[in-house]
Design a protein around this ligand. Structure first.
Ligand SMILES: [Zn+2]
Length: 156
């Protein structure tokens, strides 16, 4: 037997709900306790921590493409990269991801390098964005800006 929801405002604190489950398990909850449980459920399911970090690296590369282009010749970029991470929970240190981890896994491996030598794929901005996303825990999005006008984004 389930009583009408919500109860009349004047009786709200006094109403006790009885929920019948198969197997005759009965649970009696007050209206305010049900609301508290719903809020806790919302908090656990719908809250999220977000962090982002900007990285600037200088690197050279050439592209291996099936059409004639000056991009096939060795050249360099001052890349501006932004890494986005999110997590429902913080780690033991109270972080989504340590910014130092991003520096170690991206900047230290790519800055002042020939990307064709240190990466096992054609180093387009798109491929670079995906690879960076794969290196960082809880990363869900990366933007790689090669020039003022050209940006690639990878998002899970
Ligand atoms: Zn280029």
């Amino acid at each position: 037997m389930v009583e009408a929801f919500p109860p009349a405002p004047s009786a709200r604190e006094d109403v006790v709900f009885q929920i019948d489950y198969p197997g005759c398990i009965h649970d009696h909850l007050s209206c305010s306790r049900k609301l508290l449980i719903l809020l806790q459920f919302f908090y656990l399911c719908c809250t999220m921590f977000y962090v982002s970090k900007k990285i600037r690296i200088a690197a050279s590369h050439h592209l291996e493409v099936d059409y004639p282009t000056k991009c096939a010749r060795p050249h360099g970029h001052n890349y501006e990269i932004e890494v986005f991470c999110k997590s429902k929970d913080l780690d033991v240190n109270g972080m989504v991801v340590d910014f130092k981890t991003i520096k170690e896994r991206v900047t230290d491996r790519l800055d002042h390098r020939n990307l064709n030598e240190v990466l096992p794929f054609n180093p387009t901005a798109e491929n670079l964005a995906r690879w960076i996303c794969e290196q960082i825990p809880d990363c869900y999005k990366v933007t790689v800006k090669e020039t003022e006008d050209n940006t690639a984004t990878y998002e899970l």
